[in-house]
Ligand binder design. Sequence first.
Ligand code: PGA
Length: 252
Amino acid sequence: MKKPIVAGNWKMHKTPSETGRFVRELRERLGATTLNPEIIIAPPFVCVPVAVEAAAGSAVAVACQNLHWEDKGAYTGEISGAMIKDVGCTHVIIGHSERRQYFGETDTSVNKKIAAALRHDLVPIFCLGETLGEREQGMTFDVVIRQLHGGLSDIRPTDPKRLVIAYEPVWAIGTGKTATQEQAQEVHAFLRGQLSGMFGSDFAQQVRILYGGSIKPSNAAELFAAEDIDGGLVGGACLQIEDFVGIIEAAR
Ligand code: PGA
């Protein structure tokens, strides 16, 4: 059985002091019953050490929101996989649509970043998804197939637990417009079919494909009930304990 994942992408929210308080409160609120689903939080880089310390010994894992593909070098302002691993992260979000839209990320840079994450034994949470215009032009499948194959080009993952895909339709991110269960399931099943062709059906069956885009406690259970939706990547609603815990409970 695949274990679902609920991951919170904090984006550029919360200071280190707010992070410490938030994680301690989250631990308290979750109690000891946290092995299902897997819970991941992805705070901003400067908050990561505090988050790792506050989450130590709990079931909450810490991710970064980005990394550079080189291990070190003259790349002012960048952070490498080696650094992320050393600070205690286990996962890293790669290819988020905001990185693609505002910071020039392409399938090629995403591909190099996924390779770097795997090289440092970090689990990539590989994001992809179409814009509203692309969906309206009937291009959803063309876009996600390009992103999936581009991002995983020359990558041969062997352990399905160590790769996570997040389908995040851009039109649903931060807009309050959630994809319907049918819309999301259709793309998830398509992605799983592609992964089966790339890495074999056993791998494809076991890899977790998360949905992201305006997940709330009120719509999470319905989305997670779909056959090919293995949890969620949550933005806005992961910033309040009650909402985040509500979504975690929906994944149980
Ligand atoms: P949202 O963001 O839940 O605020 O729509 C999701 C994401 O960007 O990962």
